[in-house]
Design a protein around this ligand. Structure first.
Ligand SMILES: C[S@@+](CC[C@H](N)C(=O)[O-])C[C@H]1O[C@@H](n2cnc3c(N)ncnc32)[C@H](O)[C@@H]1O
Length: 252
């Protein structure tokens, strides 16, 4: 328990179990992200920007694997940011910024990261904004640094089979939720509402996301590769795929 009254270890555990209900291969994704970081690192003090980092899942894993690393976590959700701040140590800087705002880089402590990593997050960003964001991310990487985005990335060639694979994943997820094996997204937020500290932040959270568009946007792989190349990245491609999800990587 911290002076703020939340137990960050318990909240990390509960967030991880909830997310694994949707992404059973979640640790495999994180390992692929960190392998990519190791591939471009030129020393132990690697610098990582954890974009839309939520509770700090990527930062915590990166710091376990690279103890001399430093991370910057950017997010806009007051609940998840509170858990992140209570979980991370002095090797991490936590920045409140909205990726929908073109000025989101203003509060970053540096603009020459070895790696920018993001997981399961950018599907809430509208198409024109995501195009601009990909270029802005390049501006905060050092030459040779890498950006990796792991999310739903449909394969252009598998429109029918891809949708059916999605049905398989959905049925598996619904069974796990129905059996009480893991918490659903809504059930997790019900637990937050009951917490005497985090529950107080829910109204602020509602306001932050009030303007968010209703549906996710998951463009196919070709969109990501074209957009990244147009933004000036020198290499683009996949470093991981699992079903309809993939980790798209781009080198500055
Ligand atoms: C499903 S969570 C993933 C968090 C973390 N990467 C993980 O895998 O545990 C998606 C994250 O994106 C963040 N996010 C969504 N829209 C955002 C925005 N406009 N600006 C900053 N963060 C945003 C949410 O607050 C949330 O933390």
């Amino acid at each position: 328990m911290t002076p703020y009254g939340i137990d960050p270890v318990a909240w990390q555990e509960s967030w991880d179990r909830q997310q694994e209900g949707y992404l059973p291969d979640r640790e495999e994704r994180f390992a692929a992200l960190l392998d990519t970081v190791e591939a471009v690192a030129d020393g132990p003090g690697v610098t990582i920007l954890d974009l839309a980092g939520g509770t700090g899942s990527i930062s915590l894993r990166a710091l376990r694997r690279f103890p001399y690393a430093t991370t910057t976590l950017v997010d806009v959700d007051p609940v998840l940011l509170t858990i992140a701040r209570e979980s991370l140590d002095q090797r991490s800087t936590v920045v409140t910024a909205d990726l929908r705002d073109p000025d989101w880089t203003a509060g970053l402590p540096r603009h020459d990261y070895d790696a920018v990593l993001t997981a399961t997050a950018l599907h809430w960003i509208a198409p024109e904004r995501l195009t601009a964001l990909y270029a802005e991310i390049r501006q905060v990487l050092r030459p040779g640094g890498v950006f990796v985005n792991v999310d739903r990335v449909p394969d252009d060639g598998l429109s029918g089979l891809g949708a059916r694979l999605g049905d398989v994943a959905r049925r598996r997820r619904e069974s796990r939720h129905a059996a009480g094996a893991v918490l659903s997204w809504d059930a997790w937020w019900d637990h937050v509402a009951k917490d005497p500290v985090l529950g107080l932040l829910l109204e602020q959270r509602r306001q932050v996301f009030a303007e968010r568009h209703e549906t996710e946007w998951n463009p196919p792989l070709s969109w990501h590769l074209d957009t990244l190349r147009t933004a000036g990245y020198t290499e683009t491609g996949l470093v991981w795929r699992g079903g309809r999800d993939a980790a798209v990587a781009a080198v500055r």
